[in-house]
Design a protein around this ligand. Structure first.
Ligand code: SAH
Length: 394
């Protein structure tokens, strides 16, 4: 049992699922990592049941605010069933066989991420609570999703904060894990769930890729940080005049080329370059290159607010260069997946970049993560992906 310091129950009362170490008055009963503990306020009133994590600053993650509940296999079954059922109602479920089925805290399963790539699931156990129930969760996932194969990608850095070792490989079943074929809005992609980034594909950008596809006709397109070509291939499918895509990862570029070949698209209009975007944009600027549509989808520069300052510099740099490369009337789709950089800060960085590039530009759309990455209202930390569609005045 955990008793909180006086006044430190406020965030739990708002149903935020994390208990930080500094809020704890005492821990009774010597719980082990992953054990279910009851959380009480200073007066002894029960608040929640949570998974205890002795090594992490996030000392406990709430399973339920109903202290009379029992956290067991049937509890987990209900959470997993609901998460899968929610996705089945989304329009995206009719347009793709690749969806995020479980999005951690926002699906009431703190630290668990599960993506479905056709008939393969990829699971990440990122906190000791879900790690404690790993076997039960794997069996339930298999049963409730009807997927035979589950690949585990519990190799994210955050596991270290929980005192957990990395673990990867098939946890259930077996498949060719390096090229799982999926279909997204009629386009074919191959997903390397074994070695690819995160779980292999950026499902959160699905609807934004579709938006870029709808805007691409007749345009010269630059896809910066292209990974396996998601935006580039969407733009080509939308009738782009030419598409140049760049990423620093040779493995990603290799798959991007395979993805291009897997679709009936004019390959002569596409080029993939392996380069550092920061340098590459400068080369393009010095060449006097111009684009009518630029996508900037960099990696997470600031996982937490502590890194926001350096991240702001990096975002400013690439956005400034993008504005210089943007033809009058051109569109910039610019993203940040940094949890530590909220939308208002991102917008002011992009505004500063436009001003410094002497570009007159307007926001015409805002982007977020696709619906299969829901954000529980009480858990704003889940709202990490943001983007702006900006048009440069003609
Ligand atoms: N837009 C992609 C996802 C991009 S993820 C999609 O829709 O699928 C971010 C990408 O940035 C990764 O592929 C990573 O390899 C790449 N990257 C990270 N740092 C880079 C750099 N300095 N230059 C070029 N690419 C970089």
């Amino acid at each position: 049992m955990i008793t909180l310091k006086k006044g430190r129950e406020k965030s739990l009362r708002r149903r935020h699922p994390w208990v930080f170490s500094g809020a704890i008055e005492r821990v009774a009963g010597n719980p082990a990592a992953g054990d279910t503990v009851e959380i009480r306020d200073a007066s002894g009133k029960p608040l929640a049941l949570a998974a205890y994590s002795p090594k992490s600053q996030i000392r406990a993650r709430v399973w339920t605010f109903d202290s009379s509940a029992v956290v067991d296999s049937s509890f987990l079954r209900e959470r997993i069933r609901k998460a899968i059922e929610l996705r089945q109602a989304f329009p995206a479920a009719r347009h793709t066989n690749a969806l995020r089925l479980i999005h951690g805290e926002s699906d009431g399963l703190p630290g668990l991420v599960v993506d479905r790539y056709a008939d393969v699931l990829v699971a990440q156990f990122l906190a000791v609570g879900v790690e404690r129930w790993r076997d039960e969760i794997l069996d339930l996932l298999k049963e409730l999703s009807s997927c035979e194969a589950i690949f585990e990608r519990s190799d994210a850095e955050v596991r270290k904060l929980e005192g957990l070792q990395p673990r990867t490989g098939f946890a259930r079943g077996n498949r060719n894990a390096s090229r799982c074929p999926i279909v997204e809005h009629g386009l074919n992609f191959r997903v390397d769930v074994e070695q690819g980034q995160k779980t292999g594909f950026f499902l959160d950008q699905r609807e934004n890729r579709q938006r870029v596809r709808a805007l691409a006709a007749g345009r010269e397109v630059l896809d910066a940080f292209c990974y396996t070509g998601g935006f580039a291939i969407a733009a080509a499918a939308g009738g782009a005049k030419r598409v140049s895509a760049v990423d620093s990862s040779a493995d990603a570029i290799q798959i991007a080329k395979e993805n291009l070949a897997a679709n009936p698209l004019p390959a002569e209009r596409m080029e993939f370059a392996q380069a550092d975007v920061f340098k590459h944009l400068r080369v393009l600027r010095d060449l006097g290159a111009r684009y009518d549509l630029i996508v900037l989808d960099p990696p997470k520069f600031a996982p937490t607010a502590a890194q926001a300052k350096n991240a702001a510099r990096a975002y400013k740099d690439i956005n400034l260069l993008a504005f210089k490369l943007l033809a009058p009337g051109g569109l910039l789709a610019t993203f940040s997946c940094s949890g530590g950089v909220p939308m208002d800060l991102f917008q002011s960085i992009v505004a500063g970049a436009a001003a410094d590039a002497d570009a007159d530009a307007k926001i015409i759309e805002r982007f977020g993560a696709a619906a299969d990455h829901p954000v529980a209202l009480e858990f704003p930390e889940g709202d990490y992906l943001k983007g702006l569609l900006v048009v440069r005045s003609a």
